[in-house]
Every structure is written in structure tokens, then in C-alpha cells.
Design a binder for this molecule. Structure first.
Ligand SMILES: [Zn+2]
Length: 225
């Protein structure tokens, strides 16, 4: 059955690409019935400009029963606390990206311990992958301008819950505190669904769905390539 214009078609998204990266021609938003999606398509050469979610990678850094947090020096959420994390770059693995972001934002060298949380946030086109990591020699850290204003180790009971920047970070740290207290580590997966009307500076207004907490064995099995 053919597509009925206006009946089931999803609402027109915001046009975010205006010129073609292949030929510099004008780009149009067109509804592609076979994919049931709107796509940015060049009106001159028909190149399809796909938009896909981005991976945010980062670390929950442990040191002497404390966790390393950074106070953000840039928008969004300037002045709020978070774990070191940011967009994955091309040509790197998720763990490499997580360690790189930790060095860039917290000035800290780390050893990756294990993948820890994987949260999808479909409403904003992001997937979070945070690793547990340990502070590595020389065991130093420092705020890195302009990304961070301050970098500190927090005992778990002093985590500034009301001053955290992002829902994914808040959720990850809550699981971290639970797991550390019970000494039973799990890998956590879930989907963060922002509640309607929740602003980007309102990290508390979300629902977690499709949650899976997978207990981790005591020993890590590692295969060398
Ligand atoms: Zn083009």
C-alpha cells in the first residue's frame, strides 16, 4: 500500500543541512517513503546526507574510594559537575576516546578497568558509553581550561547530586554508588527518555526504559589480538 501524504508521515524535522558537501548545491528535506524517514538530499546531485546519533564516551575515574569529577567551564551546563566525557572521534576506539577525554578535561592519565554503562538517549541522538577507570601514574589531575573550571576527587557520600550536569551521568553515578557499596559490579544498559518539555538544563526529568543490569564475573576474560 502506498504512502498516504499527511496521514502517517512523521512531522517534518528541522532542516539542519543547507548545502551539499559533494557539489555545494542546495539541499532539500525530502520524505523517503521506502525508509519512512525524512532525509537531507541534494537537489543537484541527489547525494543523501545521513544524520546519525553520536557516541559520547567517558570515564568514571576511581582513586582511593573516590571518583573524579569536573566542573564544566563551557556550555551547556556551565558550572555543573560531570564525569570527563565527550564525543568520540573518528579513528579511535571507545576506550581510547574515553581515556583521551579524561586527559583533555581532567588532565588525568587513566587505566581502563571495564565498560560500565551504556545509555541511549534517542531524543537527542546520543548514546553514552562510560567506562570504569583507575587513575594511573603519575596520579595527578588538574582542571583543563576552557573545558573545566575545577577537577576534584569526591568521596561517594559527597557527590554533588543536585549539581550534576547530565541525566546520563547522574544515573551512571547512582549505579556506581550502589555497585560499589554492594561490591557486586554490573554492566548497566538502558534508554533515557526525556520527559516532554524537559529542558537541556533539567537533567532530572527523564524515564529509564529497557533497563538491563548484567552481573559481571569476578574475573575479566581478555583476548589479545
Ligand atoms: Zn550535491
Amino acid at each position: 500500500m502506498g504512502h498516504q501524504a499527511g496521514a502517517t508521515q512523521p512531522p517534518t524535522p528541522h532542516k539542519t543541512i543547507h548545502f551539499c558537501s559533494q557539489c555545494a548545491g542546495p539541499v532539500d528535506l525530502k520524505f523517503v517513503s521506502s525508509e519512512d524517514r525524512w532525509r537531507h538530499i541534494c537537489s543537484a546531485c541527489s547525494h543523501v546526507h545521513y544524520l546519525n546519533p553520536r557516541n559520547v564516551v567517558g570515564c568514571i575515574v576511581e582513586h582511593e574510594d573516590q571518583v573524579l569529577l569536573c566542573r564544566r567551564g563551557i556550555q551547556p551546563q556551565l558550572g555543573k559537575w560531570t564525569v570527563p566525557a565527550g564525543y568520540m572521534e573518528l579513528q579511535e576506539s571507545t576506550a581510547e576516546g574515553a581515556a583521551r577525554e579524561t586527559l583533555e578535561e581532567a588532565g588525568a592519565a587513566v587505566e581502563i578497568v571495564a565498560p560500565y554503562v551504556h545509555f541511549d538517549i534517542p531524543g537527542i541522538g546520543q548514546a553514552y558509553l562510560l567506562f570504569r577507570a583507575r587513575l594511573a601514574p603519575p596520579f595527578t589531575f588538574a582542571a583543563q581550561a576552557p573545558e573545566s573550571l575545577e577537577t576534584r576527587l569526591f568521596p561517594l557520600e559527597d557527590i554533588p547530586w543536585d549539581e550534576l550536569a547530565f541525566s546520563a551521568v547522574s544515573l551512571a553515578l547512582r549505579y556506581y554508588v550502589e555497585d560499589r557499596r554492594s561490591q557486586s559490579w554490573r554492566m548497566h544498559h538502558g534508554v533515557i527518555r526525556k520527559q516532554a518539555g524537559a529542558g537541556p538544563n533539567d537533567p532530572g526529568s527523564f524515564k529509564l526504559t529497557d533497563y538491563m543490569g548484567l552481573p559481571l564475573g569476578a574475573e575479566r576474560i581478555q583476548t589479545q589480538a
